[in-house]
Design a binder for this molecule. Structure first.
Ligand SMILES: C[S@@+](CC[C@H](N)C(=O)[O-])C[C@H]1O[C@@H](n2cnc3c(N)ncnc32)[C@H](O)[C@@H]1O
Length: 214
C-alpha cells in the first residue's frame, strides 16, 4: 500500500468525509499522556495528532515511523505552519512491518486510523513488533473505525466502511479488505484495555491501552 498519491489531499478529504470526528478520536486520551516521556507514532500521516502532542508535551521525545514520504512532507509542513520545531521529532521513513524498534524504549505508542489498514496476517506481525519497543507500563493510544454489534448502527457503519475500503483500495492499494479488530493481539502482546470511547453511533472508537506488568 502507498499513501503518497493521497498525501496532499488527505486533510481536506478527511474534513469533507468525517468533519471533526477523526480528530476528536485521535485526541480523546491526549490528557492521559502526561506521565510519558518517549513517544512512538506509527503511520502518523499528515501530523494532526502530532501537532497536539507536541503542544501538550513540550518535553516529550517523539519518533514517527511513516512509510509514505509524501505524508512525512505534509507533517513537516504542518509543524512549520504551526510554529513547532520539526527537530523535536525524529521522522523515520520506514515500513512498520519490517522496522525494528529499540527494545523497551517507548512509554507511549500511538496508532491512529492505522491498524485498520492491515489484514489479520500483517497485524499478527505488526503488533508484537511494535510492542517489543515499549516499556513495562507503556500506554498505547489508538483510534480506528469499527463495526457496531447490531441494528441500524451496524448497517450504517457497514455501508460507510464498504465505500471507505473501496476508495482506499483504489487510491492506495490498501492491503486490508475489511476491519480486523486488534484487541486479541494487543492483549496477547501484554496490553489491557483501560478505556474505550465510541463516536458517531459506534462507527469509530478511541482506545487507551496499557501494558500490564507480567
Ligand atoms: C489511514 S492513514 C492514517 C493517518 C493518520 N494516522 C490519521 O490519523 O489519519 C494510514 C497511514 O499509515 C501509513 N502506513 C501505511 N502502511 C504503513 C507501514 N507499513 N509502515 C508505516 N506507515 C504505514 C500511511 O502512509 C498513512 O500515513
Amino acid at each position: 500500500m502507498n499513501f503518497n498519491r493521497l498525501a496532499a489531499h488527505y486533510h481536506w478529504l478527511e474534513l469533507a468525509f468525517a468533519g471533526g470526528l477523526m480528530q476528536r478520536c485521535r485526541t480523546a486520551f491526549l490528557a492521559r499522556t502526561a506521565p510519558c516521556r518517549s513517544a512512538l507514532l506509527v503511520g502518523e500521516g499528515t501530523g494532526r495528532f502530532l501537532v497536539e502532542l507536541l503542544r501538550a508535551r513540550p518535553g516529550m521525545e517523539v519518533t514517527c515511523v511513516e512509510h509514505s514520504a509524501g505524508m512525512i512532507a505534509q507533517a513537516r509542513r504542518r509543524l512549520h505552519a504551526e510554529n513547532l520545531n520539526p527537530d523535536r521529532v525524529q521522522f523515520l521513513a520506514a515500513d512498520a512491518l519490517t522496522w525494528t524498534p529499540p527494545a523497551g524504549k517507548f512509554d507511549l505508542v500511538v496508532t491512529n486510523f492505522f491498524l485498520d489498514c492491515f489484514p489479520p496476517d500483517q497485524l499478527r506481525q505488526l503488533i508484537p513488533r511494535i510492542a517489543a519497543g515499549t516499556t513495562p507500563s507503556a500506554l498505547w493510544l489508538l483510534a480506528d473505525f469499527r463495526l457496531p454489534e447490531h441494528g441500524w448502527r451496524r448497517w450504517r457503519a457497514a455501508g460507510i466502511l464498504a465505500v471507505l475500503y473501496l476508495a482506499f483500495k483504489l487510491t492506495t492499494a490498501l492491503s486490508a479488505r475489511w476491519l480486523t479488530p486488534p484487541d486479541d493481539l494487543l492483549q496477547h502482546a501484554g496490553f489491557q484495555l483501560v478505556e474505550r470511547r465510541l463516536a458517531s453511533f459506534g462507527l469509530a472508537h478511541a482506545d487507551l491501552w496499557q501494558r500490564a506488568s507480567p
